[in-house]
Write a protein that binds this ligand. Structure first.
Ligand code: FES
Ligand code: FES
Length: 192
């Protein structure tokens, strides 16, 4: 029987928040992010390093979390798809995916978004070849990739300041958890 790995404290910054969790020393980053940190936007596709669904940004680089020991990236700055938006406002890459039809299913899209964001963070004028290279590890079995390339090209224009980002669909509510009335109101036709 294989002896159980000892536990260790793992800490990192995930989407801007400091996290500290107790994990087995041989834990895989994908498992830690999903099961301990709760960032369920990181998807498990193949668990073999071939699909790209589990891509996260680690210190700015797109990495496959299913092939990464959590202990190797302790203390890193990790961004998952949940960390792309700025509160109520989507990141340019997210709005462009929505506008250009780049969004596919919930399994492959998070990885595409992260790979694209990692590219744009270091290169806001990527050629089509560079865009294709950045997403070559992300697989979608269902569609062509043209809309995804178009989305990334369009987001690059926003990053370069040539195009204004689309205005948010709605402004964030000043108080997202307002207190309700003292007495619950009844629906019309239901006299108290
Ligand atoms: S789940 Fe990591 S590459 Fe597929
Ligand atoms: S794998 Fe997500 S839409 Fe094809």
């Amino acid at each position: 029987m294989t002896p159980k790995a000892p536990s260790e404290i793992w800490s990192a910054k995930v989407n801007g928040e400091s996290v500290e969790v107790l994990i087995p020393s041989n834990a895989i980053l994908l498992d830690v992010l999903r099961d301990e940190v709760g960032t369920l936007g990181v998807k498990r596709g193949c668990d073999l390093g071939t699909c790209g669904c589990c891509t996260v940004m680690i210190d700015g680089d797109a990495r496959l979390s299913c092939l990464c020991l959590a202990g190797q990236v302790s203390g890193s700055d990790i961004i998952t798809v949940e960390g792309l938006s700025d509160g109520a406002h989507l990141a340019p890459i997210q709005t462009c995916f929505a506008e250009h039809g780049g969004s596919q299913c919930g399994f492959c899209t998070p990885g595409f978004l992260i790979s694209a964001q990692a590219l744009l963070t270091t290169n806001d004028s990527p050629s089509d070849a560079e865009i294709c290279s950045a997403i070559e590890g992300n697989l979608c079995r269902c569609t062509g990739y043209q809309q995804i390339v178009d989305s990334i090209r369009s987001a690059a224009e926003i990053h370069r300041g040539e195009v204004e980002p689309a205005s948010p669909a709605s402004d964030p509510h000043p108080n997202p958890h307002p207190e309700g009335p003292d007495q619950p109101s009844m629906p019309p036709g239901h006299a108290r």
